[in-house]
Write a protein that binds this ligand. Structure first.
Ligand SMILES: [Zn+2]
Length: 73
């Protein structure tokens, strides 16, 4: 089971070697699931009722587990 976990981690690292430092916007609401290209240009982030924060794309994906918004990406 431990070996399997290592394999999964290795595969993940190989797929995404360089951190993507592109800045993206995320809503800090617990129901938010996507990161956005701009703060005002997307309906998805405008609907956010919590704080909107700016993070790097790799942080949005790895740390916060967000996916790309279907509207602006
Ligand atoms: Zn969006």
């Amino acid at each position: 089971m431990k070996i399997l976990l290592h394999l999964v981690l290795l595969m993940h690292l190989n797929m995404d070697q360089r951190p993507d430092t592109t800045r993206v916007y995320i809503c800090t609401s617990p129901t938010a699931v996507a990161y956005h290209k701009s703060r005002n240009g997307c309906k998805g982030i405008q609907a956010c009722s919590r704080k909107v924060i700016k993070v790097s794309k790799s942080d949005a994906i790895r740390k916060y587990k967000y996916r790309a918004c279907k509207v602006c990406y």
